[in-house]
Every structure is written in structure tokens, then in C-alpha cells.
Design a protein around this ligand. Structure first.
Ligand SMILES: [Zn+2]
Length: 541
């Protein structure tokens, strides 16, 4: 996903790639029952990846194959490509609304599987097509007893179809090239989850929201750290998410899936990260909700990042992605595990009764886990200023920096109030599915507001926005709120997301992404007010 050290010698070729790979051959993929149901990866002898047209064609065939498969779209890209979703359920569902009804009617759980967000990382796309085919061609597949699957194999179709052998040249195949990381607007879709600038992100968030999804898997390929894990994974880590959800995913769920894949296939997996140059630390990416895995945790979902290893062969990466996704589903399909998870998710989606005593993390730093771990790496040497693997296995005792420590926290107000003129903010909130109301009559309420002490704007745009960081002083007053004032109550399931979007000091909220820029003046008042008692507010939708 992100990495600073890259494999420098592109001319090294296949021999070295084999020496860098995790080496252990994964068990075979389930064969296609007929040639017309083969993926492009399979039919090309693992030398090519599918175009968007190939994906649409295969999804159409799979949906026609079984009454349990239904094809739909979650939106349209800038270049007018539909973003397909294959619903797999028994009894079947055809839409997010039908899936949500089924979760209430018969207690099934919606699992979204999204692949190819970075369209050079194509193995997840091929793997989930094979998994979908396997489930749809098996009579009464056990996964469908309790699960509804929403499979989005080609989430970034515009990026996917820019296939070239010039992309991701340090990745070990496919030989006939892959697409690009960004979408057609040049946006990295895995940085877009708070700002929702891209049609792709809006479509996925809408799917998750309307379907009442409980779990999301996101399929990637690593960017170049040398290690001996077929899969590195992540889950919720941000301390802005519910701590019981974080602990359940990190301490119970992900290790359990890792163990079950290891015992069934021999494939090793560990928490996503990179060695530092001295091999004393293992560092993860910052746990910010711009990344899907952290964002969906703020919504109260169990989210799983899946990264195949870029130096493994294309075929091996597809196998590893397939087996990992399969073991996640197998775990969820077990009734007792689903019951356990439901309780965790339900608690994560319930706002605290006593809001004044609540504490929501706004900023954090990474921290090492208590005990060092022995991790599977290679002996490396420096060549032309870059670290390269010698291919010789070596285990390293390292401190694992995947834990977090809160730096700044706030209590949760009863509601937030903001002027109607903040239209871009209101639109964004609605796209997240946040319930936005307006004052039906003027009100007087005890409030807290932020006086802006300092505004730091980034020198350069990142993801087409100039990041902003504020320092403020909180003051209390009884305020008059005019009719039409936008009111966002914090009593619903999205309370954690609302706090992070609207608090001016949050590390990755709408302030960060410059949504409030026109309203910011040094010494001025931040436009969002914390309403401490919202019981007397008369509102309309
Ligand atoms: Zn990626």
C-alpha cells in the first residue's frame, strides 16, 4: 500500500523474483467447470489480467449461472464505466435495500468484498472472481447459510483499463501489464473516504450504508518491503473507533483467520507493515480514516485490509488472496463467530448515554506493541543507495508499531450546529449517510465554540486539496441559533464518524480536507458549534 523502499534493480528478472518470493506453493485454485467461466488470469496462463469488459462479461455469466447470483452497479465512473457488484445470496438479493431487509428478516450478515481500488494491484480482482464462481457453482454453499456477499471485483475500472507493462514494474507480473493506481481524475481512492470526492467512493459508501453491511474486505498488493508472508493484513486500529471493535479484530478475529489459513494451506500471514532499514521495527501506515480500513471502522464495521506480496508470482498472489478471503468468509459463516461479532458491532454503533463523560480520540500517534516479535524477512544489502533482498531467509526480532496512543480527545456533544451556508459540508455529511436536520424555529442553547488561534495550510495540494491544521481555544456560552441552522445529532450509529468529520481539531476530518477553508480567520470563530443540550431544539428534516 505505501512504502518508501523499493526494489531498485528492475533488470534482475525472474530468477531473483523467485528468490524473493515467499516460496511455499499455495494449494491449487478451484478449477473452472467450463472454459467460458475462466478468469483472464486462468485462460492466459497467468500472464494477463482482465479488462473491465472481461469483468462485466464474466460477472454476467456467473449471475446467469445460478439463481443465487444477481448483478447490479454501485455507480458510474468519470469515463462512464459502470462499477459492477455481484450479489451472492440464498435466497437471492438484487440490491442494497433488499440485502438490508434480509439482515433484519433472517439475521444474515452482509459482507462486502472490494478489489482493485489500486488498479495495478490486480490479483485481488482475479481471486474474488474465482471465489464468486466457486460459491455460485457449488450446490448450497455453506457460506450462504449466514452471509450475503456483495462482490465488487473491479472498483476502479478507469484505472484498470489503462493497462501497460510500464506500471508497477517491481511487481512480479502479470507479464502483459496492469492498470494504474489512481482513478481517471488522478485521485487515490484509498485516501478519499472522508472527503468523498470520487464517484467510486460515493458508490461504495452508499452500498455499505444502504445494505447495512457488517464486514468489508479490501484486496491489495504490497509495494515492496521484503518479507516472507504470503498475506499481510490489517483491521481497525484508529483509537477514534470503538476500542472493543479494535481489540476484537486485532486480538481475536485476525489472528484466528491467520491461524486457520496457516493450518489449512501453510500460507503465512501477519499484520501489514514494513521493516525499517535496521530491521528493528515494523511500521504500519498511519491509522487515519482517509484509508478505507479505518474509515469503515468509524462506521462500526469490521474492516479487513488484505495485501498479497508483490514479489510472489502472479499466480501465487491470486492463490494467497483467494485463500485469505475464503478463510475470512469461513470464519464468519460459523454461527457462533457471527453471533460474537454481531454483539461487538452492535455496541460499536450505540452512542453513549452520558455524552459529557465520553472521550473520543481526535489525534493519535503510533506506539509499539508491548512485546517484540520474531518476523520472517530476508537478509538485505544496500545497492545503489536502496535496500535489496539477497533472497536468504532470516528472522528478525522487532518492535511492532501497530498500536496507537491517543494524543487529544474530546467529549461528544448532544449535537453539532452549523450555518446553512456550509453547503459543501452538508453535502458531504449526507453522502456519508449522516442524518442532517434544520432548526424549524429559533433556539437558545448552552454551547461550546472554538476560537481559531492558528491556521496552518499545507504548501502544496495533496489529493487536490490543501490540507489544513488548526489550533483553537474552546469557549462556553448560551447561543441564539437562527431558524434554518443545520443540526447534526450524535445519538445515532454514526456518532464516531460525525465527531471526526466535524471537530476542527480532528486529525483527518473535514477541516483537514479544507471544507471549512472559506470560514477560517485567525481569531475568528469556527463555524461548527457544539450544542451541549439539544433536548429543546425543534427540527425538521
Ligand atoms: Zn493498494
Amino acid at each position: 500500500m505505501t512504502n518508501t523502499r523499493r526494489f531498485s534493480s528492475l533488470a534482475a528478472g525472474m530468477t531473483l523474483m523467485i528468490r524473493l518470493s515467499t516460496a511455499l506453493a499455495a494449494p491449487p485454485l478451484p478449477p473452472s467447470p467450463t472454459p467460458d467461466l475462466q478468469t483472464v488470469a486462468e485462460s492466459s496462463g497467468f500472464s494477463a489480467t482482465s479488462t473491465h469488459a472481461h469483468v462485466l462479461d464474466l460477472l454476467g455469466r456467473l449471475a446467469a449461472l445460478s439463481p443465487n447470483g444477481r448483478m447490479a452497479s454501485i455507480g458510474q465512473t468519470k469515463e462512464q464505466r459502470p462499477i459492477p457488484v455481484l450479489w451472492i445470496a440464498d435466497p437471492p438479493v438484487s440490491s442494497s435495500d433488499e440485502a438490508a431487509e434480509a439482515t433484519i428478516r433472517d439475521g444474515r450478515m452482509v459482507v462486502v468484498i472490494e478489489a482493485n481500488i489500486h488498479a495495478g494491484e490486480v490479483d485481488g480482482k482475479e481471486a474474488v472472481l474465482i471465489l464468486a464462481r466457486e460459491i455460485l457453482t457449488a450446490p448450497a454453499h455453506p457460506f450462504l447459510r449466514g452471509l450475503i456477499l456483495a462482490v465488487v471485483p473491479n472498483y476502479n475500472p478507469d484505472g484498470n483499463d489503462r493497462i501497460s507493462t510500464d506500471h508497477r514494474t517491481s511487481q512480479n507480473g502479470p507479464a502483459r501489464g496492469v492498470g494504474i493506481r489512481e482513478n481517471a481524475d488522478g485521485l487515490d481512492l484509498n485516501r478519499d473516504f472522508m472527503k468523498l470526492d470520487a464517484a467510486e467512493t460515493r458508490g461504495l459508501v452508499d452500498l455499505v450504508r444502504r445494505s447495512n453491511a457488517s464486514v468489508i474486505l479490501e484486496m491489495h498488493t504490497t509495494n515492496g518491503c521484503f518479507h516472507r508472508y504470503a498475506i499481510t493484513y490489517d483491521g481497525p486500529r484508529t483509537p477514534a473507533a470503538d476500542s472493543a471493535l479494535v481489540r476484537f479484530t486485532q486480538d481475536v478475529f485476525l489472528p484466528r483467520v491467520s491461524r486457520s489459513m496457516d493450518s489449512a494451506t501453510g500460507l503465512k500471514s501477519f499484520s501489514y507493515g514494513d521493516f525499517d532499514a535496521a530491521h528493528t521495527r515494523w511500521d504500519a501506515y498511519p491509522a487515519l480514516p482517509r484509508y478505507g480500513t479505518q474509515y469503515f471502522a468509524l462506521r462500526g464495521l469490521l474492516s479487513v485490509l488484505v495485501e498479497s506480496y508483490s514479489y510472489d508470482s502472479y499466480q501465487q498472489r491470486i492463490k494467497a488472496s483467494y485463500h485469505y478471503a475464503r478463510h475470512v468468509l469461513a470464519d464468519l459463516a460459523e454461527h457462533a463467530n457471527r453471533t460474537e461479532l454481531s454483539a461487538v458491532l452492535s455496541a460499536a454503533r450505540t452512542a453513549p448515554e452520558d455524552k459529557a463523560r465520553s472521550s473520543y480520540t481526535l489525534r493519535h500517534v503510533a506506539r509499539a506493541m508491548d512485546a517484540p516479535r520474531s518476523l520472517l524477512g530476508f537478509v538485505e544489502r544496500v545497492e545503489s543507495g536502496a535496500a535489496v533482498s539477497t533472497g536468504e531467509p532470516r528472522d528478525y526480532s522487532v518492535s511492532v508499531w501497530t498500536d496507537t496512543q491517543p494524543l487529544l480527545a474530546a467529549s461528544i456533544p448532544a449535537a453539532y450546529a452549523l450555518p446553512e451556508a456550509c453547503r459543501e459540508v452538508v453535502e458531504n455529511l449526507e453522502r456519508h449517510g449522516v442524518r442532517v436536520e434544520r432548526l424549524a424555529e429559533p433556539a437558545r442553547a448552552p454551547c461550546e465554540f472554538h476560537r481559531v488561534d492558528r491556521i496552518d495550510r499545507a504548501e502544496h495540494a495533496y489529493q487536490q486539496r490543501r490540507a489544513i491544521r488548526l489550533e483553537t481555544t474552546v469557549q462556553r456560552a448560551v447561543r441564539d441559533l437562527p431558524i434554518g441552522t443545520v443540526i447534526v445529532r450524535t445519538s445515532g450509529p454514526l456518532h464516531r464518524l460525525i465527531v471526526h468529520l466535524l471537530e476542527p481539531l480532528a486529525e483527518d476530518g473535514l477541516t483537514t480536507w479544507a471544507f471549512f477553508d472559506p470560514w477560517l480567520l485567525p481569531g475568528g470563530e469556527f463555524p461548527v458549534i457544539r450544542v451541549m443540550d439539544a433536548s429543546s431544539l425543534s427540527t425538521r428534516p
